[in-house]
Design a protein around this ligand. Structure first.
Ligand SMILES: NC(=O)c1ccc[n+]([C@@H]2O[C@H](COP(=O)([O-])OP(=O)(O)OC[C@H]3O[C@@H](n4cnc5c(N)ncnc54)[C@H](OP(=O)(O)O)[C@@H]3O)[C@@H](O)[C@H]2O)c1
Length: 252
């Protein structure tokens, strides 16, 4: 059975990915992963015509990997598409931060993405694809989102090297780096009302457009996607100039 696995499918960008993946005829079943069972069930119901399996997993907890592996062992699927999208951020200085929240960000954004990928790979073959959601915050360290930007830099570096490793197996890997999007992410990150010049002034990206265009890039065998001219330009600046200077502008 050809399946797609999408983490963080219960809202925002992940939900958009689910809607778009549901239109791919090659995919027979979509595995939707998040903590919010009700939201996943509603999404599955709305994707009528495409079989869905809702997996309520908390990707901060190690037990979730055992459960995911159990599902794989029982179903022996052919994973055609893996979308590692689940993630969250928190705004604020490390000095003032809750250590459990910081560790949770590392668990979901880095550890879960890595483990879900590793567990999924034996079920992937030639022509399959992995889409890992990073962020423009990965281009340069981002003060006031220090841990978040570091986790997204990990995602970008991991994905780039994995793409190289999987080249001979003909499994595609794409890194997606969206700019700000008006999703529940902003509330979770405490960005609303935090007076963040970056989030107040930067142009926003549409999750639907990010999902469509990044999926096209993956299908065309590309390795990287970011949207909007300003973020493509920022990426170049962050590559050329010292990060000590870039950080004056990347501060949230
Ligand atoms: N919005 C932005 O400005 C922005 C910009 C750049 C990159 N991104 C990245 O885009 C991705 C999607 O974010 P979004 O904007 O769509 O935000 P969102 O609407 O808050 O979605 C985050 C998803 O991750 C899931 N998730 C969070 N913690 C989880 C956990 N412990 N276990 C399982 N699932 C968990 C959430 O589901 P449950 O709460 O139901 O578990 C939700 O489905 C993230 O990786 C984010 O870092 C966002």
């Amino acid at each position: 059975m050809n399946i797609a696995v999408i983490t963080g499918a219960s809202s925002g960008l992940g939900m958009e990915y689910a809607r778009q993946v549901a239109t791919l005829s090659e995919i027979e079943e979509i595995w939707l992963i998040a903590r919010s069972t009700e939201k996943l069930n509603q999404l599955a119901y709305s994707l009528s015509g495409k079989a869905c399996r809702c997996l309520t997993l908390d990707l901060q907890k190690a037990e979730c990997y055992e459960e995911y592996q159990k599902q794989l062992t029982a179903a022996k699927p052919n994973i055609r598409l893996l979308i590692n999208n689940a993630g969250f951020g928190k705004i604020g200085k490390v000095f003032d931060a809750d250590s459990a929240e910081q560790a949770g960000m590392i668990d979901v954004n880095c550890r879960a993405l890595t483990v879900i990928t590793t567990l999924s790979l034996p079920y992937m073959s030639k022509g399959s694809g992995i889409l890992n959601v990073s962020s423009i915050a990965s281009f340069a360290p981002t003060p006031r989102m220090t841990v978040y930007s570091a986790t997204k830099a990990y995602v970008a570096a991991f994905s780039k090297a994995l793409r190289e490793e999987l080249r001979s197996r003909k499994i595609q890997v794409l890194t997606v780096c969206p700019g700000p999007m008006a999703t529940p992410f902003l509330e979770t990150a405490n960005i609303i009302g935090s007076h963040s010049p970056a989030f107040e002034n930067l142009p926003y990206c549409q999750p639907q457009q990010v999902a469509t265009r990044s999926l096209h890039r993956l299908l065309r065998g590309k390795g990287f996607y970011t949207n909007r001219f300003i973020y493509k330009f920022y990426r170049v600046i962050a590559k050329i100039f010292p990060h000590n200077w870039v950080m004056k502008f990347s501060k949230t």
